[in-house]
Design a protein around this ligand. Sequence first.
Ligand SMILES: NC(=O)c1ccc[n+]([C@@H]2O[C@H](COP(=O)([O-])OP(=O)(O)OC[C@H]3O[C@@H](n4cnc5c(N)ncnc54)[C@H](O)[C@@H]3O)[C@@H](O)[C@H]2O)c1
Ligand SMILES: [Zn+2]
Length: 421
Amino acid sequence: MTYASAVHDGTRTPGLYTYSPRVSSWTVRADKPVTYEIRFCTDVLGPEHTDLATAGGTVGGTRRRIVVIDENVELRYGDRVRKYFKHHDVDATITVIPVDETVKNCDTATQVIRDIDRFGIARRTEPIIAIGGGVLMDVVGMVSSLYRRGTPFIRVPTTLIGLVDAGVGVKTGVNFDGHKNRLGTYHPADLTLLDKSFLATLEHRHVSNGLAEILKMALIKDDRLFTLLEESGSRLLDGKFQDDSGEADEALTRAIHGMLDELQPNLWEAKLERAVDYGHTFSPTVEMRALPALLHGEAVCIDMAMTTLIAEDRDLVTTGERERIFTVMRKLRLPTWDPVLDPDLLTNALRETVRHRDGKQRLPLPRGIGDVVFVNDVTPQEIDLALARQRDLGTSRAEMTGGPDGNGHRTTTPLRSSSKR
Ligand SMILES: NC(=O)c1ccc[n+]([C@@H]2O[C@H](COP(=O)([O-])OP(=O)(O)OC[C@H]3O[C@@H](n4cnc5c(N)ncnc54)[C@H](O)[C@@H]3O)[C@@H](O)[C@H]2O)c1
Ligand SMILES: [Zn+2]
């Protein structure tokens, strides 16, 4: 007779257990291989291109799809989407949802679930198609993972954050009770089709927003990418990545490759020291506090400015390097300061992140340009010092755009009250 211990030492084939009256505990182990593809496409909605039309299968000889599309994308590309599926003989139902960060929530997810349910999707062969930015893809991704405990889905990102970040990994999610991505799952899209021509209609502010995540990749692991942003960042932003000089493609490819290089060995985040979390220590709280004034990438940039200053104070980054980093942030028209910043907010943000990282700061800091170190001992005093310097050196969005509080007038950062030290 074989006992449970044989399972514990890994000698048994998973799933084959022999009954014994002496067994009082079972440990089940199974491996789930994951394969997903991210593919560059030119003109994905062009009738001659079949990448999107042929992904997935048919039921009874019919190719049916539910396509969930961001309202702003539908406005600009809806006709082409309908013509594309018609041309390829795909019976497509288009579901349009208005999305932005303020409605990245359970209600929007429920609305999508209702549409999918009404459509009556086949479980394995009719992947849900998501066309939109990071918010749309995060919501549809979460819905796909929940619906019948997992339904395949396909992503077509239409924003820069979507192309280089949200459309690359396996994370899905919605905000909950003022907390960023508090609910979510790990659920890879089977296929992601990257077509940078969508960026042509994106507002410049959203291009800057995506450039923040590209800058993140440059700072943590790719000094060549940093030089590229230093030399050509403004041009890429102005031209919305549409020029054929090769720089746009190089920046996209390097950012995506760098991201996948970090994600693949740690897809389920077993390891909580993640270089790609750079810029995401303080930013989730800052973003939600400032909502809707700051976009995701803007909050990430403000976090990177703060942590660059902490790194400079620790001699991990030279003053010259810090100046280069701040100059690139300015060129990419990203804010490096926001009036919501104050010591208590940042300390709370760090406390939240420590919980998220299972009890330790595991805080990535830049080491020079293109490398990263993790620290666990950032103090409130260090945050105060960095914040005071950030207030002097940084530029808020209002100052950049000449908005109401953009006339050189600065909201004063309150000093940390001594009782809270
Ligand atoms: N899952 C992940 O790994 C991951 C990674 C990074 C970011 N994110 C999430 O992504 C979100 C940010 O994504 P985002 O910046 O794409 O925001 P978004 O989805 O809100 O899109 C930005 C704006 O652009 C509009 N839009 C989209 N495509 C357009 C186009 N081609 N032309 C014109 N307008 C267009 C949208 O309607 C929206 O108003 C955040 O919620 C963030 O948490 C997720
Ligand atoms: Zn991010």
